[in-house]
Design a protein around this ligand. Structure first.
Ligand code: DX5
Ligand code: ZN
Length: 226
């Protein structure tokens, strides 16, 4: 069943020189999760954040740290990210030959396990794992950079995964990541998503609280009556 919509600002679009402050700011602005994009310059053509930064950010918020690992191989780094304070560890289906083993590893570390699908990977790739997953992440851009354009063709995949998750009978979060603005947020929610990652839409200008509320589809002024 689709759950209440949660907004996960991607700190990839935050000011890296003030990362702790930025995490506190989106926490206070109404974010539900903090989305942390980890890139290795190998699985994706960019290098970003390692476990030491996750550890350094941990005291700045009590919100769940939603750690998106765009790294290959991932297994050797799972323990470090778990110990650094991650709550959810999401690996890519395309990043290794032994996805089920990787998911078991994450669960054994006591963390929630997610699997991300690149735009070219079909929904059925996660079917054999639905009995064990806590989250499925649909990439609506090719991973590697913030600020890219939403790939509308992925909406059908979100719908298909909504149906597969509902058929599983399990409470699996369906997260969408990449190019989310207010319009695409509404489309993704209508298709069945219940967690929206938003980098540029959260951090590019304006008030973070207003930006987050608008993504939810409930502008803050209207919700508060003032
Ligand atoms: C892309 C990352 C995304 C990205 C989202 O590889 O996984 O989380 O930061 O940024 P926007 O919302 O700007 O597309
Ligand atoms: Zn991400």
């Amino acid at each position: 069943m689709q759950q209440a919509v949660r907004i996960a600002p991607s700190i990839l679009s935050a000011d890296f020189a003030r990362l702790g402050e930025e995490v506190r700011a989106v926490d206070e602005a109404g974010a539900d999760w903090i989305h942390i994009d980890v890139m290795d310059g190998h699985f994706v053509p960019n290098i970003t954040i390692g476990p030491d930064i996750v550890r350094a950010l941990r005291p700045h918020s009590d919100l769940p740290f939603d750690v998106h690992l765009m790294i290959s191989p991932a297994d050797a780094y799972l323990a470090a990210f778990a110990e650094a304070g991650s709550d959810i560890l999401t690996v890519h289906a395309e990043a290794g030959a032994h996805l089920h083993r990787t998911v078991q590893h994450i669960k054994a570390l006591g963390k929630k396990a997610g699997v991300a699908l690149n735009p070219g990977t079909p929904a059925q790739a996660v079917q054999p794992l639905l009995g064990e997953l806590d989250l499925v992440l649909v990439m609506t851009v090719n991973p590697g950079f913030g600020g890219q354009s939403f790939i509308a063709g992925q909406i059908d995949k979100i719908k298909e995964l909504r149906a597969r998750i509902d058929a599983s009978g399990r409470a699996i979060d369906l997260e969408v990541d990449g190019g989310i603005n207010n319009r695409h947020a509404a489309q993704a929610i209508a298709a069945g998503a219940d967690v929206l990652v938003a980098g540029s839409a959260t951090f590019s200008g304006g008030d973070y609280g207003d930006n987050i509320a608008a993504l939810r589809g409930a502008p803050r002024a209207a919700a508060s009556g003032g």
